[in-house]
Design a binder for this molecule. Structure first.
Ligand code: ADP
Length: 464
């Protein structure tokens, strides 16, 4: 059986609170009992000292003996405090002895003390203890006082009441703290589990295709903020993907419709015998098929670069060397069209996917050639700018109208629609180019003047 996070947290808090309260209560109890015991032992010592000094005062120096009746007073007082006093003179003869005075009272008193202590602590090991002190007057020893009591310490009825009250207070404080801890625990469990259950609900909705779902719940816990941000980002990218897919399908259908309709009507005219299937007409149908094929090829490439942009096969290479190699393959085409091709640049090492960067150069150079008339020129430069390496492809061609510049990187966008269908461009070249550059954390920009020429700048991070 699976339990909710909230109930698990509540139970954990309850157990922790219970343990904490128990440990703290036991600790305080033991600490206070020990303190109190030390206090009582100390009190006993002070009482003994007081009795001793009272005994010393009862010595009559001129007569050289103790004032027996005064000693009896001291002894009776001591007895009331649970102390059994015996005083002897310097010759060792007994001056006053509490047990001789009232043995019954002494025995009863000690028995009561033992009972009290056993009722407080059944394991208490106490016994009668006696300490002998020399009685000194003006630094001369004039006798001995034996002070006996129930030791190592004993509690009076008042002391036991005090300890019992202390325990009751401790138990009450423990119960109240436990109750408070449980309340706080339940509140905290709710606070932590609420955003998580909201995130779970939102994630479940997203998984069912409701990509507009977002978690708006705020939280002060970093991990929960990370979780909700991740789910929101996931929903963002799923929504974008969904729109992109829709848009893509619409665009592809739109792009294929015209050439397919042309093909269909031409073929039908030939089948129905309206048109002669002349070599020229078949040639035109063939060209249409080639264009469709090229479009499908470009779509495949775009899909690979856009969707698979994490799968880069990175290596270190010299961009200038790569550009020079590609340009040498273009030389013939440039020569045939009568367009001059120039290159400048020295060794610049980057870490990138060599095949994909080749595709970028081929797309930009072939566009430059395509849109430049005979007698014009195309120049490719490779140069370093700080942490970046720039590849600049500029031509003296027809240029791009200012109103088209913002859209040329969009799928299927052609600045001159009618002409471009004839030149065979699918309108995907720059979209693929930008996807590759961005997957390398690079940037591509364009500046163009209609009728004068165009410059594309690609900047890529330099190898470290
Ligand atoms: P296409 O396959 O049509 O060339 P691209 O995505 O490569 O598609 O380019 C999109 C459009 O941008 C082109 O149709 C063209 O109008 C314009 N364009 C791209 N490069 C140049 C250039 N060097 N000179 C003028 N126009 C260009």
């Amino acid at each position: 059986m699976k339990h909710s996070l909230r109930s698990k947290l509540s139970v954990s808090y309850a157990v922790i609170a219970l343990l904490l309260v128990a440990v703290i209560s036991i600790f305080i109890n033991v600490f206070l009992q020990n303190q109190f015991k030390d206090y009582v032992i100390n009190q006993q010592r002070q009482k003994n000292q007081q009795i001793l000094s009272l005994v010393e005062k009862q010595y009559n120096i001129s007569e050289g003996n103790f004032n027996t009746s005064a000693i009896e007073n001291v002894g009776m007082n001591a007895l009331e405090q649970g102390i059994i006093l015996k005083v002897k003179d310097e010759k060792g003869s007994m001056v006053w002895d509490a047990t001789a005075h009232n043995n019954g009272l002494c025995v009863q008193m000690l028995t009561n003390m033992a009972k009290n202590m056993i009722s407080h602590d059944p394991n208490f090991k106490g016994k009668y203890e006696q300490t002998s002190y020399p009685v000194k007057v003006n630094s001369n020893e004039v006798g001995h006082a034996e002070i006996g009591y129930y030791g190592p310490y004993y509690y009076t009825d008042n002391d036991i009441d005090f300890l019992n009250n202390l325990n009751t207070i401790l138990v009450a404080v423990g119960v109240i703290s436990l109750f408070m801890a449980l309340l706080v625990g339940a509140f905290m469990a709710k606070r932590i589990s609420r955003p998580i259950s909201k995130a779970v609900t939102a994630a479940a909705r997203i998984s069912k295709g409701d990509f507009q779902q977002r978690i708006t719940e705020k939280s002060g816990t970093r991990e929960i903020v990370q979780l909700t941000d991740t789910i929101n980002n996931l929903a963002d990218s799923l929504e974008k993907q969904k729109n992109l897919r829709k848009q893509m399908t619409a665009d592809v259908a739109h792009e294929l419709r015209t050439p397919l309709a042309n093909l269909q009507s031409s073929m039908e005219a030939m089948i129905d015998g309206i048109w002669e299937p002349s070599g020229e007409r078949l040639e035109s149908c063939h060209e249409e098929i080639i264009r469709i094929n090229r479009l499908v090829g470009d779509l495949e490439k775009l899909e690979r670069f856009e969707a698979d942009n994490t799968a880069l096969y990175i290596s270190e290479f010299d961009v200038s060397e790569l550009v020079r190699h590609i340009l040498s393959n273009f030389e013939n085409e440039f020569h045939k069209k009568g367009v001059e091709l120039k290159f400048s640049g020295k060794t610049e090492i980057i870490e990138a996917d060599r095949d994909k960067i080749s595709q970028v150069i081929i797309n930009l150079v072939s566009n430059a050639l395509k849109y430049t008339l005979e007698g014009g020129h195309v120049e490719v430069q490779v140069k370093e700018t700080g942490t970046q390496v720039e590849m600049i492809v500029s031509d003296s061609g027809q240029g791009i109208p200012a109103e088209d510049i913002p859209y040329i990187f969009e799928r299927f966008y052609r600045a001159d629609k009618s002409r471009n269908r004839l030149t065979g461009g699918s309108g995907l070249g720059l979209t693929i180019t930008r996807a590759i550059v961005e997957s390398h954390k690079g940037k591509i920009s364009v500046s163009s003047e209609h009728g004068k020429g165009t410059t594309f700048r690609v900047s890529l991070p330099k190898s470290k």
